[in-house]
Design a protein around this ligand. Structure first.
Ligand SMILES: NC(=O)c1ccc[n+]([C@@H]2O[C@H](COP(=O)([O-])OP(=O)(O)OC[C@H]3O[C@@H](n4cnc5c(N)ncnc54)[C@H](O)[C@@H]3O)[C@@H](O)[C@H]2O)c1
Length: 331
């Protein structure tokens, strides 16, 4: 599979290394409107051609599949162009910035007969996968609550300027980082959300939210609380899953711990290679989907994450909880 990468920014090295690691995959093109960025990302992939316009890359006939790794609002138009050129699409999270755009992307890929996956990396991170294995084994009983505490940094200047544009980013800390939290909280919680109460905070003079909280109830009764805080003294990335018969704590700085009846067991110890191995597993999944397999992350799940971020913005603006009679009413 000849892969093209569109968008050669912060995450590009992980995608490029994933392509280099996998058998049957070759990075043949890198495109970025910043030619220097494209050249830097292409270094190490001998033969990868550099482009500054994704349409030229698609016309050149050098790719079978594309990773769309660009600012959020461009995921749809670029993804549609890729599909129209007959190439398979793996789009970074979030799937798009509106539900209409999510649906258009799915429709474009379906009508072109190409595969589509969304890069929800949480599903591939070894410490998260270890937790999911524990849950699937069933020894801890039912999941009751998920608590997700995540720090970030939304002080202007800390990331590319487009992240602070409501139109291009589709939102701030909740759309970007909160999307990861929603992804994993829904996954561990095992359901779709039926209730959302959210708060957003704009600090540092930012036009998008820098902090936010989301309280969710899932259709299976699980409660999830997600709090994203910018620039605290203590950095955190801790997910706590409370089950009937034990508690799982997942923290990429340490690993995954299962605590039952006064005893702790480390079921995954963090390794320096964990993040790269997740990107490689994610690309391998895309490769399998191109071959006809079902994706690890269903498109409906990726769409639901966008739906919930947008619901959080509405809840925060209205200052009240959004209640949904059933999960489908959210759509
Ligand atoms: N999976 C993860 O853990 C993870 C982490 C960070 C970011 N992301 C996601 O990855 C995507 C990219 O984020 P980033 O942090 O790399 O951003 P970035 O700003 O570092 O890089 C984006 C790149 O896209 C280029 N670009 C913009 N418009 C383009 C266009 N039309 N054609 C070609 N190139 C274009 C920019 O020049 C820039 O080099 C986003 O969707 C983001 O949410 C995922």
């Amino acid at each position: 599979m000849r892969i093209g990468l569109i968008g050669a920014g912060a995450v590009a090295p992980y995608h490029c290394a994933a392509a280099a690691e996998l058998d049957g995959v070759e990075l043949t093109a890198v495109c970025d409107i910043d030619e220097g960025a494209a050249r830097r990302a292409a270094t190490g992939s001998s033969g990868a051609v550099v482009f500054t316009d994704h349409r030229r890359m698609l016309e050149a006939g050098v790719v079978d599949a594309v990773i769309v790794n660009t600012p959020h609002a461009t995921h749809l138009p670029i993804g549609v162009d890729v599909a129209a050129a007959g190439a398979h699409v793996m789009v970074e999270k979030p799937m798009a910035t509106t539900l209409e755009d999510c649906d258009r992307l799915v429709a474009a890929c379906e009508s072109a007969g190409v595969a589509l996956t969304v890069g929800h990396i949480q599903h591939y991170l070894p410490e998260k996968v270890a937790a999911q294995h524990v849950l699937a084994a069933g020894e801890l009983g039912a999941v009751r609550m998920v608590r997700d505490n995540r720090s970030t940094d939304y002080r202007p200047g800390t990331r590319s300027p487009w992240f602070f544009s409501p139109d291009i980013a589709g939102g701030g800390a909740l759309m970007n980082i909160g999307g990861h939290c929603l992804d994993r909280s829904l996954w561990f919680g095992g359901g779709r959300a039926v209730e959302m109460l959210a708060t957003t905070v704009n600090r540092f003079g930012s036009p998008v939210e820098t902090d936010g909280a989301m309280m969710l109830r899932l259709d299976n009764g699980v409660a999830a609380s997600i709090v994203v805080v910018s620039d605290p003294a203590t950095r955190s990335d801790l997910v706590t899953v409370v089950c009937d018969d034990g508690v799982i704590e997942i923290d990429p700085r340490h690993g995954t711990t299962v605590h039952t009846d006064g005893r702790s067991q480390l079921v995954h110890r963090t390794r320096p290679s964990d993040i790269q191995s997740a990107f490689t597993a994610q690309l391998a999944d895309f490769q399998r989907v191109v071959g006809g397999a079902a994706p690890t992350v269903p498109l409906a799940h990726a769409r639901h994450v966008v739906e919930l971020v947008l619901a959080a913005y509405r809840s925060a603006a209205e200052g009240s909880a959004l209640l949904f009679a059933d999960a489908d009413a959210l759509t």
